[in-house]
Design a protein around this ligand. Structure first.
Ligand code: DOR
Length: 449
């Protein structure tokens, strides 16, 4: 049965600015952005005093199912997403077993259809021997290569294997760029008396720069669509300035918010791959974002249990939970005047949708999917581990007070989260990717200076 919803009186963040306006939604789509406030509708959502944003699209999460579900699963990960205003996630293949063939991808889609409270897509993981699977892969946003190893067994370091992947596949590729050889050499050089701060000496600036340069060289020579995941150093930015128009980049919140100065306070809670770098790097990554050298903000939500994170370094695993708090963390930046709502919507919704060719996603515009998040810009709350829908209790942001929180998340026209509570039984849908449309740079010029 057809259902119409009027979202009335909100401050709506449109692709080209904000407007105080009404939205009309029908059957999961946006059908009008300047609707009369008297439009006939089956349901009215009062948005006065609220900001209406396109739902966040997080293009890098690890929800750990199958195999590592004591850390997270698709039920809890997607619940955390809904609570954080994230209406679509793209999930990484380093599960157990890893998602390196179509059968593993289909398993994830089937499981997500049963339990995921928001929309979903699953990357296929590269190995040194699955290029035919990668070439034939369907229903995936792209290929993930671990050029440096991280959690799990996925790693492609062999040059010939990398050449084949870039030459013989057509899906967009994204990569974790840390040079495996340098990381291993650094580890050996530093010996066994290690503290967590050594993580940034082992996974150092050079390891990131060498691997990113190598990946960009491959992308250029093969003219292959390529997305640099979690850029962590200022030294990578000049590489991106010269990059070709089929190349895009992402930064994660932890690299924008923390630096090596934070190890003393937060220990292994801020151990992640790529590692934290200097305060100067952190400041310049913000500049990279503001100047559109980096297009996308993601979380790399990579949960582990508190017991695992409490092990002494280097037995402690890398990664931290963030999907539930990424939007409030960025809204707080807006509150503090560091960026605008329009920029936030670009980095967290529109840009990832363009990079991955997500049909109908990322914008509040007629014809787009009704994936929305309504935010109270005056609401102040403190992040606590106990209040998370995600399994992990190891947020490095715990204790931080933020102003600006999601109060309602709408997935395909259906409210999935309202005033602190999940709505039972809401399910997202799989994303559709139109890679033929050419990616980020061909669909818009981006914003920034
Ligand atoms: O710190 C990280 N942890 N970085 C990654 O890229 C992977 C992740 C994980 O899966 O734990």
């Amino acid at each position: 049965m057809s259902k119409t919803i009027l979202v009335r009186g909100g401050r709506v963040v449109l692709p080209n600015g904000e407007a105080q306006t009404n939205l009309l939604l029908r059957d999961g789509k946006i059908v009008a952005v300047d609707a009369s406030q008297r439009s006939a509708a089956d349901e009215v959502i009062e948005a006065e005093g609220l900001i209406v944003l396109p739902g966040v699209i997080d293009d890098q999460v690890h929800f750990r199912e199958p195999g590592l579900t004591h850390k997270e699963d698709l039920t809890t990960g997607s619940a955390a997403a809904a609570a954080g205003g994230v209406t679509t996630y793209l999930e990484m293949p380093n599960t157990n077993p890893p998602a390196t063939d179509q059968a593993a991808i289909e398993w994830k889609y089937q499981r997500a259809a049963e339990v995921s409270q928001v929309n979903y897509g699953f990357y296929i993981g590269a190995t040194e021997s699955n290029v035919s699977e990668l070439a034939a892969a369907q229903n995936v946003p792209g290929i993930k290569i671990f050029i440096g190893s991280s959690t799990g067994s996925l790693l492609v370091d062999d040059q010939l294997a990398l050449e084949r992947i870039f030459a013989e596949t057509t899906l967009p590729i994204c990569a974790h760029c840390e040079d495996e050889t340098l990381v291993r050499q650094n580890r050996t050089r530093l010996g066994d008396q290690l503290s967590v701060a050594d993580h940034s000496r082992i996974r150092d600036v050079e390891a990131a720069v060498v691997a990113t340069s190598r990946a960009l060289d491959l992308a250029r020579r093969h003219q292959h669509r390529f997305h640099v995941l979690h850029v962590s150093t200022a030294a990578e930015l000049p590489l991106l300035i010269d990059a070709a128009p089929y190349i895009t980049a992402e930064v994660c919140l932890h690299h924008l918010f923390f630096s090596t100065d934070d190890y003393a306070r937060l220990g292994t809670l801020v151990q992640m791959n790529p590692s934290l770098k200097s305060p100067r790097d952190t400041a310049l990554l913000w500049q990279g974002l503001l100047s559109n050298r980096i297009q996308v903000i993601a979380t790399d939500h990579a949960p582990h249990t508190l017991e695992e994170k409490s092990r002494p370094y280097p037995q402690s695993p890398s990664g931290l939970p963030a999907v539930e708090n990424s939007l409030p963390l960025m809204l707080h930046q807006v509150h503090q005047g560091k960026c605008s709502l329009e920029q936030l919507a670009h980095w967290m919704s529109d840009a990832p949708a363009r990079v991955w060719g997500l049909v109908g996603k990322g914008r509040i515009e007629v014809g787009y999917d009704a994936d929305l998040v309504l935010v109270d810009p005056t609401l102040s709350r403190t992040i606590t581990n106990e209040s998370q829908f995600a399994k992990s209790r190891g947020s490095p942001w715990a204790g931080q007070a933020l102003t600006g929180w999601p109060v309602r998340t709408v997935v395909g026209g259906v409210t999935a989260f309202l005033n602190g509570r999940l709505v039972d039984g809401v399910r997202g849908s799989r994303v559709r990717c139109d890679h033929a449309r050419g990616g980020y740079w061909s669909t818009q010029s981006g914003i920034g200076t």
